[in-house]
Design a protein around this ligand. Structure first.
Ligand code: NAD
Ligand code: WQD
Length: 335
């Protein structure tokens, strides 16, 4: 059985679909619904045609986390469960250190106790800070952590890499996502946030749905083709598929720890995303140009060469599919 932590969340739920499509049906989702809702499983069951086994558990609590492993025979862990809002982490750093780092430590503790050898960790391009060279390769050293959230991803990777040095039988992969966006093609499932989103694409979808009065594009004076920031937007279903490939790859790794970037390999400006959302969905968004957002990196996009060569991964969906699927889901979303 594979334990998917944070399986009711945005990327976890899409990964459950990908696992199921690629033949892994023995799955246990563990979530405390701090940023999701158990209704997600009903939607997943509709798509996969299979019941999703799930437990409500706060993985940052050691006893609760270990109890899951007493009750279920787990062969591997795909660990998504974390808090992910950069501004919230700046307001309450201890919440982020405690939740994100403790949940990881408790899962490693359980892996040690129950001889679990396979582990996939959700990391982020935020570990690079402001990169000097683009596209960013995995060999680029960590940058200065720009938020407590970003620090929890750096710490998470460091803890896993270090644990792999000690436990040679344990195999772990950290996947550094760039900007995950979009929703499952069915439009039946996507992100249900308990908090107001900070990410660009859900904000555009909310504005289109009339849930926000307007959008502010943060800055048009950057050194980019139209002055707005460049990011690497990558479809959530492509990210989900990469997890299944990474999970399979754990068995044939030569070293017992590795890291992969998950990005499209190219960048789009904020204004390009706004215009693409309008064009592909045949609607008008109410947006204005505002000042720069503090902490924003001017430009970042991934080299995805390593994930392509080693995992055999290929992103299949482009920006058009991202903005179309995001809008399809927004129209069905219970938000
Ligand atoms: P999400 O908030 O939709 O999903 C995370 C899930 O984890 C939620 O369902 C939440 O309720 C659960 N959770 C949080 N703390 C928990 C705890 N202590 N115990 C049990 N469950 C807990 O977020 P997501 O976008 O699906 O992100 C998944 C992972 O990917 C996170 O680790 C996040 O940091 C990382 N990541 C996300 C992005 C992004 O832009 N979405 C980018 C890079 C990395
Ligand atoms: C994208 C672009 C904004 C909102 C964050 C985390 C990162 C990773 C991915 C988890 C930026 C612009 C946004 C708006 C705007 N998450 N924007 N108006 O900041 O690249 O990355 O999510 O690990 O760690 O920091 O993503 O979606 O917030 O912003 O102009 O209302 O859209 O300036 O250039 P970001 P984002």
């Amino acid at each position: 059985m594979i334990l998917v932590s944070g399986g009711a969340g945005y990327i976890g739920s899409n990964t459950i679909i990908a696992l199921s499509e690629m033949g892994y049906t023995d799955i246990l989702s563990v979530d405390n619904y701090s940023n999701s809702n158990p209704d997600a499983y009903k939607r997943l069951e509709k798509i996969t045609g299979k019941p999703i086994l799930h437990i409500n558990c706060d993985l940052s609590d050691r006893e609760s986390a270990l109890s899951v492993f007493q009750e279920h025979k787990i062969e591997g862990i795909i660990h998504f469960a974390a808090l992910k809002s950069v501004p919230e982490s700046v307001q309450d750093p201890a919440l982020y250190y405690r939740n994100n780092v403790n949940a990881l430590i408790n899962l490693i503790d359980a892996a040690e106790k129950y001889s679990i050898k396979k582990f996939i960790f959700s990391s982020s391009c935020t570990v690079y800070g402001t990169p000097e060279k683009l596209p960013v390769e995995e060999s680029t050293p960590f940058g200065k952590a720009e938020s407590p959230y970003g620090l929890t991803k750096q710490l998470g990777e460091m803890i896993l890499e270090n644990y792999c040095l000690i436990n040679k039988a344990f195999r772990a992969i950290s996947l550094r996502y760039f900007n995950p966006a979009g929703a499952h093609e069915s439009g039946l499932t996507g992100e249900v946030m308990t908090k107001r989103p900070n990410n660009l694409v859900p904000i555009l979808a909310q504005q289109a749905a009339g849930l926000r009065e307007k959008i502010t594009v943060f800055g048009n004076d950057y050194n980019t083709k139209d002055g707005s920031c460049v990011r690497d937007y990558i479809h959530v279903s492509d990210i989900a598929e990469a997890h299944v490939l990474a999970y399979k790859h754990l068995e044939q790794m030569t070293e017992n720890y590795d890291v992969f970037n998950l990005g499209s390999g190219s960048g789009n400006t904020t204004l390009e995303v706004v215009l693409s959302f309008e064009k592909e969905n045949a609607l008008n968004l109410n947006y204005e140009i505002g000042g720069r957002r503090s902490g924003d990196v001017e430009k970042i996009y991934a080299s995805n060469k390593k994930a392509k060569e080693v995992l055999g991964w290929k992103p299949k969906r482009d920006l058009k599919e991202i903005v179309r699927s995001a809008w399809r889901w927004q129209q069905n979303s219970p938000d």
